[in-house]
Design a protein around this ligand. Structure first.
Ligand SMILES: [Fe+2]
Ligand SMILES: [Fe+2]
Length: 152
């Protein structure tokens, strides 16, 4: 798990102290669960559609797992316990791949907004840098999904 994350960004996560979280504990817990949600979303969708989209979903699953791993490091260091499993009930299911991807893009946008909000609220440079790293990848997820949609 999370082998591909560069050591540097993992190191950064370990260096963020409880004090640096300020009053953003709840925001970070929410971000963590959003990552679990996205990971499970793509894991479930992966089985619904044929071949070519699976590569995209698998890439996204891997990245959401890395994101949740980074957030879990920060939370664990602060003594905050979080569940590792989340079971999405009532997951929206669309009959076709385009509607599914449009839904996913909206979810990615919601995640990006949550990261932007938290980045703006923290005074910690390290936390800004770490969340900024994840945010950049969320923007890329939006781009990957939009590119797939436009090719159809
Ligand atoms: Fe993510
Ligand atoms: Fe994402």
């Amino acid at each position: 798990m999370a082998k591909k994350i560069t050591m540097k960004i993992t190191d950064l996560a370990y260096k963020i102290s409880t004090k640096e979280l300020g009053n953003l504990e709840k925001d970070l817990i929410d971000l963590y669960y959003r990552e679990l949600f996205e990971k499970q979303l793509y894991t479930k969708q992966c089985h619904l559609f044929e071949t070519e989209i699976r590569g995209v979903f698998n890439h996204l699953i891997e990245q959401e797992e890395e994101h949740s791993f980074l957030l879990k490091i920060i939370l664990s260091n602060a003594g905050i316990e979080v569940n590792e499993l989340l079971d999405i009930k009532n997951l929206k299911q669309y009959a076709n791949i385009c509607d599914t991807i449009k839904y996913d893009i909206n979810q990615e946008k919601l995640s990006a907004q949550s990261y932007e909000k938290t980045i703006n609220r923290t005074n910690s440079k390290k936390l800004k840098q770490l969340l900024g790293h994840i945010l950049t990848e969320e923007y890329k997820h939006i781009g990957v999904l939009q590119a797939y949609l436009s090719e159809r």
